[in-house]
Design a protein around this ligand. Structure first.
Ligand code: AP5
Ligand code: ZN
Length: 217
């Protein structure tokens, strides 16, 4: 399947994508994770992205679209993918359309995770990420690791993201409303969107997501 996941920062996109990608045997492609990997490796792309990310603003489209296009061209994405965090505005949505047309493929669906703002603020405040793999995501209260500060999946060190400050989160939410929400309407017009509530336990949300995607097959 070829799926796009949308939802506000902290909705649980990464958490759900990690499980869904395994269940569906497709790669989880997160532009946020790709940027963070570039930052930790000190690449020129990472250096360029870091300032925008720490401020909670979008990395410029030409950089992001180029990176996403390269990732989608890799062999593991040939038979399906779960996009998390891309596209994030109308320019990127139209660029994705072009990439898909060139490849002669179409999206199967867009899964929209809905969650109230006070909940995303709580989720972001307690989030801890694994240094080895950004897809290993924990929460100090809602989804704690067995040993504090250590990833259950790989033993990596857990850390708090530098863009999870109160100010950056406020900007990210604003950017979500002004730049990203319009892509939901864009995909509604293409009859691709299923909206599910992202409230409740992680596995309850996964259950809803799996059912929503089953109906898209
Ligand atoms: P990105 O990494 O994509 O961040 P985001 O969209 O702000 O989303 P988050 O990663 O904050 O949240 P999430 O929905 O994945 O939630 P998670 O699963 O972690 O982007 C970061 C930055 O990179 C952007 O600001 C931008 O600068 C740049 N960027 C990325 N893509 C770009 C693009 N396309 N164009 C331009 N710039 C781009 O969950 C959150 C927490 O809640 C965790 O602690 C988790 O354990 C917990 N949790 C999850 N589910 C539940 C649940 N059901 N109940 C309780 N807790 C839960
Ligand atoms: Zn890990």
């Amino acid at each position: 399947m070829r799926i796009v996941l949308v939802g506000p920062p902290g909705a649980g996109k990464g958490t759900q994508a990690h499980v869904l990608a395994k269940t569906l045997s497709i790669p989880h492609i997160s532009t946020g994770d790709l940027f963070r990997a570039n930052i930790s490796q000190g690449t020129p792309l990472g250096l360029e992205a870091k300032g925008y990310m720490d401020a909670g603003r979008l990395v410029p489209d030409e950089v992001t679209i180029g990176m996403a296009k390269d990732r989608l061209a890799q062999p593991d994405a040939a038979h399906g993918f779960l996009l998390d965090g891309f596209p994030r505005n109308l320019v990127q949505a139209k660029a994705l359309d072009e990439i898909l047309v060139e490849a002669g493929i179409v999206l199967d669906g867009v899964l929209d995770l809905e969650v109230p703002e006070d909940e995303v603020v709580k989720r972001i405040a307690g989030r801890r990420l694994c240094r080895n793999d950004g897809a290993h995501v924990f929460h100090v209260v809602y989804n704690p690791s067995t040993t504090e500060g250590v990833c259950d999946e790989c033993g990596g060190e857990l850390y708090q993201r530098s863009d999870d400050t109160e100010e950056a989160v406020r900007t990210r939410l604003e950017v979500y409303h002004t730049e990203t929400e319009p892509i939901i309407d864009y995909y509604v017009q293409q009859k691709l969107v299923t909206t599910i509530s992202a409230l409740g336990k992680v596995d309850e949300v996964t259950q809803r997501a799996v059912e929503a995607l089953e109906n898209r097959k």
